[in-house]
Design a protein around this ligand. Structure first.
Ligand code: 6GU
Length: 238
């Protein structure tokens, strides 16, 4: 069982979206576990504060390193678990499918959710957090980002998805986006009275042709919307 330990100022945001659908089922079946650690339980002085103003001036509040260390010490495992510590921040390295694959094989992942303007850099450096971002945009805090990372990880654990073969063909495996899908009705008449057919090859029953068509569609789509992935793919094939 993989254990996620979430250090957060908003523990009530968990499990949140992770309590639903296939991921929620995996949670109920103890395929993974989420422990939240409330940073407020480790506040300093009589005001129990967890953040303070930045040295050098500037906007916002910064999470104190002593608070983070105390929270971390409360959960640090002496067993030699396969574990890692992640600080979620827009200034980290970008999360991708390969990274999710690596993370999904660990026994324990400790995640620190950022809030405020940031965190004291010493906490990151001295306590050994890897900085990870979920994309080139800014959220108000790391809690939703943590749920994104967890969901991406958990669905890769064997037994979580109904159709594990779908992992092989999905977007980003081999740096290609997924081909388009179609289902019934075979001819769809929209509300304007226009009729829309399904690509003929898909009802031909010719599996080689279907495979080729899907591959072409994948390449075409990737070329159109994610040239960067296609370039990565070509570099790998050289
Ligand atoms: Cl991990 N945190 C926040 N606050 N914003 C983000 C992010 C993380 N990743 C992208 N934007």
């Amino acid at each position: 069982m993989i254990k996620f330990k979430i250090l957060t100022a908003y523990p009530e945001m968990f499990p949140g979206s992770l309590n639903h659908s296939l991921i929620g089922k995996a949670l109920k079946e103890n395929i993974f576990k989420i422990d939240t650690i409330n940073l407020h339980d480790f506040g300093i002085d009589n005001r129990k504060s967890i953040d303070d103003e930045p040295f050098g001036g500037g906007p916002g509040m910064i999470l104190r390193p002593d608070v983070v260390e105390k929270a971390l010490l409360s959960i640090t495992n002496k067993n030699h678990l396969n574990t890692t510590k992640i600080y979620l921040t827009p200034s980290g390295t970008l999360l991708n499918q390969r990274k999710l694959g690596i993370l999904s094989k660990l026994d324990e992942i400790i995640i620190l959710c950022g809030r405020f303007e940031g965190i004291d850099q010493r906490a990151i450096d001295i306590l050994g957090f890897e900085e990870v971002s979920i994309g080139d945009y800014v959220l108000a805090g790391g809690e939703i980002a943590a749920q994104v990372l967890l969901e991406g990880c958990i669905r890769l654990i064997p037994g979580v998805l109904g159709h594990p073969e779908s992992l092989l063909e999905e977007s980003f495996s081999n740096n290609l986006l997924e081909y388009p899908h179609y289902t019934r009705p075979q001819v769809w008449e929209d509300s304007q009275g226009n009729k829309h057919d399904v690509p003929e090859v898909l009802i031909s029953g010719h599996h080689d042709n279907i495979k080729k068509w899907r591959k072409n569609k994948s390449v075409e789509k990737t070329k159109k919307v994610r040239t960067d992935l296609l370039i990565k793919r070509e570099q790998k094939q050289d």
